[in-house]
Design a protein around this ligand. Structure first.
Ligand SMILES: CCCCCCCC/C=C\CCCCCCCC(=O)SCCNC(=O)CCNC(=O)[C@H](O)C(C)(C)COP(=O)(O)OP(=O)(O)OC[C@H]1O[C@@H](n2cnc3c(N)ncnc32)[C@H](O)[C@@H]1OP(=O)(O)O
Length: 222
C-alpha cells in the first residue's frame, strides 16, 4: 500500500487530501515522437470522402458567400494557426481535437460558414465511422464537441478570444454515422464578458431535429 502511494506521488498523482505535486511533462509532449513537420492544409475544403449531400450543401453556402452574406471559415489542424496566422509548416505536436486524424473522412468532416449580419455560425458536418457511440450512431461526446466548436467559433468571430463556461445539450434524435447534418448556431446576446449562444442540429434536408443546445462563453482579456 505504502509503496503504491509512493509510486502515485512520484508520478505526480495527488492522493486524497494532498495537493498535486508538480511533475515534468511526459516526454511524449516534449519530443517530436508523433509528428514530422507537414505542410499546413485547410481542412474545410471538399475531399473525396464527402458525400453528395455534404458537397451540395457546401456548394449552396459557397454561392451564398459570393453575395457576401456568408463567409467560409478556413480550418487548420492546430488552434494556434487560427489565432496567430498560418506558418508554412507545422512546428508543434499539438493538434486541434476535431482535426487530429491523418485519414480523411473517418472522424470529424466539416466546414463552417459565418453570417456576420445574423451573428450565425453554421457547420456542415459529416460524422465518420471513428465517431461511433451507440452502434451505427454518433457518440454524444462528439456531438458536444462539434456544438462547442461551432458556437465557440461564432463567439470568437464576434467577440475575440473566449472560453466555454457552460454547455447544455438536449439530444433528441440520434445522428447516424455518415449522415450529413447542419449545426446552426447563433449569438443570442452579449452581456459584459458573457456571450450567450444557441444551437440546433438538423438533418441535411431539414426533416429531423437531432439536437438543441445552448452555450455560455466568457470573453478573455487581451
Ligand atoms: C478558444 C479559442 C479558439 C480560437 C479559434 C478561432 C477560430 C475558430 C476555429 C475553430 C473553432 C474552435 C473553437 C473551439 C472552442 C472550444 C472551446 C473550449 O473547449 S474551451 C475549454 C473548456 N472550457 C474551459 O476549460 C473553461 C474553464 N473555466 C475557466 O477558465 C474560467 O472559469 C472562465 C474563463 C470561463 C471564467 O473565469 P474568469 O475568472 O475569467 O471569469 P469569472 O469572474 O469567473 O466569470 C465571469 C462572469 O461569467 C459568469 N460565469 C462564469 N462561469 C459561469 C457559468 N458556468 N455559468 C454561468 N455564469 C458563469 C460569472 O458569474 C461572471 O459573471 P459576472 O460578471 O459576475 O456577472
Amino acid at each position: 500500500m505504502l509503496r503504491s502511494c509512493a509510486r502515485l506521488i512520484r508520478r505526480g498523482i495527488a492522493l486524497p487530501g494532498q495537493p498535486q505535486s508538480p511533475r515534468p511533462l511526459p516526454c511524449c509532449y516534449t519530443t517530436p515522437r508523433f509528428y514530422s513537420p507537414e505542410v499546413i492544409r485547410d481542412y474545410a475544403m471538399p475531399n473525396a470522402t464527402w458525400s453528395k449531400n455534404l458537397q451540395d450543401l457546401y456548394n449552396r453556402y459557397m454561392e451564398g458567400s459570393q453575395s457576401g452574406a456568408w463567409e467560409r471559415i478556413p480550418s487548420y489542424n492546430a488552434t494556434v494557426h487560427h489565432i496567430k496566422g498560418v506558418p508554412p509548416s507545422r512546428t508543434r505536436e499539438n493538434r486541434l481535437f476535431t482535426r487530429n486524424l491523418d485519414q480523411d473522412g473517418v472522424g470529424f468532416e466539416y466546414s463552417m460558414f459565418y453570417n456576420k449580419a445574423e451573428r450565425r455560425m453554421v457547420c456542415l458536418f459529416q460524422p465518420g465511422p471513428y465517431l461511433e457511440g451507440p452502434p451505427g450512431f454518433t457518440h454524444g461526446g462528439c456531438i458536444a464537441t462539434i456544438i462547442d466548436s461551432t458556437t465557440g467559433a461564432g463567439a470568437v468571430y464576434l467577440c475575440g478570444s473566449v472560453m466555454t463556461a457552460n454547455l447544455t445539450i438536449n439530444y433528441k434524435n440520434p445522428i447516424p454515422l455518415g449522415h450529413v447534418v447542419i449545426i446552426d448556431s447563433k449569438v443570442e446576446r452579449v452581456e459584459g464578458r458573457k456571450v450567450y449562444t444557441s444551437c440546433q442540429i438538423r438533418s441535411h434536408d431539414d426533416a429531423v431535429l437531432h439536437t438543441e443546445a445552448s452555450a455560455l462563453f466568457i470573453k478573455l482579456g487581451p
